[in-house]
Design a protein around this ligand. Structure first.
Ligand SMILES: C[S@@+](CC[C@H](N)C(=O)[O-])C[C@H]1O[C@@H](n2cnc3c(N)ncnc32)[C@H](O)[C@@H]1O
Length: 212
Protein backbone atom coordinates (compact mmCIF):
# COMPACT_ATOMS: atom_id res chain seq x y z
CA UNK A 1 0.00 0.00 0.00
CA UNK A 2 2.95 2.32 0.64
CA UNK A 3 4.46 2.31 -2.84
CA UNK A 4 1.51 3.94 -4.62
CA UNK A 5 1.41 6.78 -2.09
CA UNK A 6 5.18 7.41 -2.58
CA UNK A 7 4.65 7.46 -6.35
CA UNK A 8 1.72 9.85 -5.99
CA UNK A 9 3.66 12.23 -3.78
CA UNK A 10 6.79 12.19 -5.97
CA UNK A 11 4.81 12.89 -9.17
CA UNK A 12 2.98 15.65 -7.33
CA UNK A 13 6.28 17.32 -6.29
CA UNK A 14 7.60 16.97 -9.86
CA UNK A 15 4.50 18.79 -11.14
CA UNK A 16 5.03 21.53 -8.52
CA UNK A 17 8.70 21.92 -9.47
CA UNK A 18 7.78 22.08 -13.16
CA UNK A 19 5.15 24.71 -12.63
CA UNK A 20 7.51 26.71 -10.35
CA UNK A 21 10.31 26.83 -12.93
CA UNK A 22 7.87 27.72 -15.72
CA UNK A 23 6.33 30.53 -13.63
CA UNK A 24 9.81 31.98 -12.93
CA UNK A 25 10.83 31.59 -16.57
CA UNK A 26 7.70 33.42 -17.77
CA UNK A 27 8.32 36.25 -15.29
CA UNK A 28 11.94 36.53 -16.45
CA UNK A 29 10.92 36.64 -20.14
CA UNK A 30 8.59 39.55 -19.41
CA UNK A 31 11.18 41.33 -17.28
CA UNK A 32 14.03 41.01 -19.81
CA UNK A 33 14.06 43.68 -22.54
CA UNK A 34 14.03 42.46 -26.13
CA UNK A 35 12.63 38.96 -25.59
CA UNK A 36 8.94 39.58 -26.22
CA UNK A 37 6.70 42.43 -27.26
CA UNK A 38 3.98 41.04 -24.97
CA UNK A 39 3.40 43.10 -21.83
CA UNK A 40 0.26 41.63 -20.32
CA UNK A 41 1.17 38.63 -18.07
CA UNK A 42 -2.04 36.72 -18.88
CA UNK A 43 -1.53 37.15 -22.61
CA UNK A 44 2.15 36.17 -22.27
CA UNK A 45 1.16 33.01 -20.41
CA UNK A 46 -1.30 32.12 -23.16
CA UNK A 47 1.09 32.77 -26.07
CA UNK A 48 4.40 31.61 -24.60
CA UNK A 49 3.34 28.81 -22.28
CA UNK A 50 -0.16 27.51 -23.05
CA UNK A 51 0.37 27.55 -26.83
CA UNK A 52 3.68 25.68 -26.37
CA UNK A 53 2.04 23.04 -24.18
CA UNK A 54 -0.76 22.63 -26.71
CA UNK A 55 1.87 20.68 -28.70
CA UNK A 56 3.05 18.51 -25.81
CA UNK A 57 1.03 15.38 -26.60
CA UNK A 58 1.89 15.68 -30.30
CA UNK A 59 5.63 15.92 -29.55
CA UNK A 60 5.38 13.01 -27.09
CA UNK A 61 4.17 10.74 -29.92
CA UNK A 62 7.58 10.88 -31.64
CA UNK A 63 10.82 9.51 -30.24
CA UNK A 64 14.25 11.00 -29.85
CA UNK A 65 15.95 14.16 -28.76
CA UNK A 66 14.21 17.46 -29.47
CA UNK A 67 15.53 20.69 -30.99
CA UNK A 68 13.63 23.99 -30.78
CA UNK A 69 14.79 26.13 -33.69
CA UNK A 70 14.66 29.91 -33.18
CA UNK A 71 13.69 29.57 -29.55
CA UNK A 72 13.72 33.33 -28.82
CA UNK A 73 12.84 33.65 -25.12
CA UNK A 74 12.53 29.85 -24.87
CA UNK A 75 9.22 28.77 -26.35
CA UNK A 76 8.19 26.08 -27.07
CA UNK A 77 11.48 24.45 -25.95
CA UNK A 78 11.52 25.39 -22.24
CA UNK A 79 7.91 24.33 -21.52
CA UNK A 80 8.60 21.07 -23.41
CA UNK A 81 11.87 20.42 -21.55
CA UNK A 82 10.18 21.01 -18.18
CA UNK A 83 7.28 18.72 -19.11
CA UNK A 84 9.39 15.95 -20.67
CA UNK A 85 12.34 15.58 -18.25
CA UNK A 86 13.32 12.22 -19.82
CA UNK A 87 13.93 13.84 -23.25
CA UNK A 88 17.02 15.91 -24.19
CA UNK A 89 15.94 19.32 -25.50
CA UNK A 90 18.28 21.69 -27.37
CA UNK A 91 17.40 25.33 -28.04
CA UNK A 92 19.04 26.82 -31.14
CA UNK A 93 18.93 30.61 -31.22
CA UNK A 94 20.74 32.95 -33.63
CA UNK A 95 20.84 36.04 -31.39
CA UNK A 96 23.58 35.89 -28.76
CA UNK A 97 21.76 37.97 -26.13
CA UNK A 98 18.76 35.64 -26.33
CA UNK A 99 20.97 32.53 -26.20
CA UNK A 100 22.61 33.91 -23.05
CA UNK A 101 19.19 34.33 -21.44
CA UNK A 102 18.27 30.76 -22.41
CA UNK A 103 21.54 29.39 -21.01
CA UNK A 104 20.46 30.43 -17.48
CA UNK A 105 17.65 27.84 -17.56
CA UNK A 106 20.04 24.93 -18.17
CA UNK A 107 20.92 25.21 -14.45
CA UNK A 108 17.30 24.47 -13.59
CA UNK A 109 16.50 21.86 -16.22
CA UNK A 110 19.24 19.20 -16.55
CA UNK A 111 17.84 17.96 -19.90
CA UNK A 112 18.08 21.44 -21.49
CA UNK A 113 20.95 22.53 -23.80
CA UNK A 114 21.48 25.78 -25.65
CA UNK A 115 23.31 26.47 -28.90
CA UNK A 116 23.96 30.03 -30.03
CA UNK A 117 23.89 29.89 -33.83
CA UNK A 118 21.79 29.64 -36.95
CA UNK A 119 19.82 26.57 -37.93
CA UNK A 120 21.62 26.40 -41.29
CA UNK A 121 25.00 26.06 -39.55
CA UNK A 122 24.14 23.12 -37.28
CA UNK A 123 25.13 19.47 -37.76
CA UNK A 124 22.47 17.71 -39.85
CA UNK A 125 20.66 14.40 -39.08
CA UNK A 126 21.03 14.97 -35.32
CA UNK A 127 17.61 15.01 -33.64
CA UNK A 128 14.45 12.92 -33.56
CA UNK A 129 12.10 15.90 -33.45
CA UNK A 130 12.56 19.53 -34.52
CA UNK A 131 9.98 22.04 -33.31
CA UNK A 132 9.56 25.68 -34.31
CA UNK A 133 7.07 28.37 -33.38
CA UNK A 134 7.07 31.74 -35.16
CA UNK A 135 10.56 31.03 -36.55
CA UNK A 136 9.82 32.27 -40.09
CA UNK A 137 7.22 31.74 -42.82
CA UNK A 138 6.35 28.03 -42.57
CA UNK A 139 8.01 27.09 -45.93
CA UNK A 140 11.28 28.69 -44.74
CA UNK A 141 10.96 27.13 -41.28
CA UNK A 142 10.45 23.73 -42.95
CA UNK A 143 13.61 24.16 -45.05
CA UNK A 144 15.64 25.12 -41.97
CA UNK A 145 14.30 22.36 -39.70
CA UNK A 146 14.20 19.27 -41.93
CA UNK A 147 18.00 18.86 -42.31
CA UNK A 148 18.37 18.78 -38.51
CA UNK A 149 16.34 15.59 -38.06
CA UNK A 150 17.34 12.02 -38.76
CA UNK A 151 15.58 9.85 -41.31
CA UNK A 152 12.29 8.74 -39.71
CA UNK A 153 12.21 11.81 -37.48
CA UNK A 154 9.72 14.66 -37.67
CA UNK A 155 9.47 18.43 -37.82
CA UNK A 156 6.54 19.99 -35.95
CA UNK A 157 5.68 23.57 -36.89
CA UNK A 158 3.26 25.64 -34.79
CA UNK A 159 1.26 27.50 -37.47
CA UNK A 160 -1.62 29.94 -37.76
CA UNK A 161 -4.84 29.24 -39.67
CA UNK A 162 -3.57 30.97 -42.84
CA UNK A 163 -0.44 28.77 -43.18
CA UNK A 164 -0.02 27.47 -46.74
CA UNK A 165 0.25 23.70 -46.18
CA UNK A 166 0.64 23.11 -49.94
CA UNK A 167 3.73 25.34 -50.07
CA UNK A 168 5.20 23.63 -47.00
CA UNK A 169 4.55 20.25 -48.60
CA UNK A 170 6.37 21.31 -51.79
CA UNK A 171 9.38 22.47 -49.75
CA UNK A 172 9.37 19.27 -47.69
CA UNK A 173 9.59 17.16 -50.85
CA UNK A 174 12.79 19.02 -51.85
CA UNK A 175 14.41 18.34 -48.45
CA UNK A 176 13.60 14.62 -48.02
CA UNK A 177 10.35 15.25 -46.18
CA UNK A 178 6.62 14.76 -46.58
CA UNK A 179 3.63 16.42 -45.00
CA UNK A 180 1.96 14.01 -42.55
CA UNK A 181 -1.44 14.10 -40.90
CA UNK A 182 -1.42 17.22 -38.74
CA UNK A 183 -3.80 18.45 -36.04
CA UNK A 184 -5.19 21.99 -36.34
CA UNK A 185 -2.56 24.57 -35.44
CA UNK A 186 0.38 22.37 -36.46
CA UNK A 187 2.11 21.04 -39.54
CA UNK A 188 3.93 17.72 -39.09
CA UNK A 189 6.63 16.79 -41.62
CA UNK A 190 8.20 13.36 -41.67
CA UNK A 191 11.83 13.00 -42.77
CA UNK A 192 11.80 10.23 -45.35
CA UNK A 193 15.50 9.99 -46.25
CA UNK A 194 18.89 11.61 -45.75
CA UNK A 195 19.20 15.35 -46.36
CA UNK A 196 19.82 15.79 -50.10
CA UNK A 197 23.10 17.34 -51.34
CA UNK A 198 22.91 21.15 -51.46
CA UNK A 199 20.96 21.44 -48.18
CA UNK A 200 20.99 23.29 -45.92
CA UNK A 201 21.53 26.21 -48.28
CA UNK A 202 23.90 28.98 -47.12
CA UNK A 203 22.70 31.20 -44.22
CA UNK A 204 19.94 33.56 -45.28
CA UNK A 205 19.35 32.01 -48.74
CA UNK A 206 16.12 30.20 -47.75
CA UNK A 207 14.56 33.54 -46.81
CA UNK A 208 15.89 35.44 -49.85
CA UNK A 209 15.02 32.72 -52.36
CA UNK A 210 12.27 30.56 -50.78
CA UNK A 211 11.66 27.19 -52.44
CA UNK A 212 7.88 27.82 -52.43
C1 LIG B 1 9.68 35.65 -33.81
S1 LIG B 1 10.89 34.89 -32.82
C2 LIG B 1 9.99 33.52 -32.14
C3 LIG B 1 10.60 33.05 -30.87
C4 LIG B 1 9.84 31.92 -30.16
N1 LIG B 1 9.95 30.67 -30.89
C5 LIG B 1 8.40 32.30 -29.92
O1 LIG B 1 7.51 31.62 -30.42
O2 LIG B 1 8.19 33.28 -29.19
C6 LIG B 1 11.99 34.08 -34.00
C7 LIG B 1 13.33 33.73 -33.38
O3 LIG B 1 14.06 32.93 -34.31
C8 LIG B 1 15.40 33.36 -34.32
N2 LIG B 1 15.94 32.98 -35.65
C9 LIG B 1 15.60 33.51 -36.85
N3 LIG B 1 16.23 32.87 -37.85
C10 LIG B 1 16.98 31.90 -37.26
C11 LIG B 1 17.86 30.89 -37.77
N4 LIG B 1 18.08 30.78 -39.08
N5 LIG B 1 18.44 30.07 -36.90
C12 LIG B 1 18.21 30.17 -35.56
N6 LIG B 1 17.40 31.11 -35.02
C13 LIG B 1 16.79 31.96 -35.86
C14 LIG B 1 15.34 34.86 -34.07
O4 LIG B 1 16.54 35.35 -33.54
C15 LIG B 1 14.18 34.94 -33.08
O5 LIG B 1 14.64 34.87 -31.75
Amino acid sequence: MRAPSRIASSSCSLATLTSDVLDRWLEAVLATPGLTALRDPAEARRVLLDDALAGLELVRRFEGSIVDVGSGGGTPGIPLAASLPEREVTLVEAVRRKAEFLERWTRELPNLHVVWGRAEEQRTETYGVAVAKALAHPPVAAEWCLPLVEEGGVVILWVGPSADAEAVSRVAERVAGELAESPAGFLVLRKTGPTPPGFPRRSGVAKKRPLA
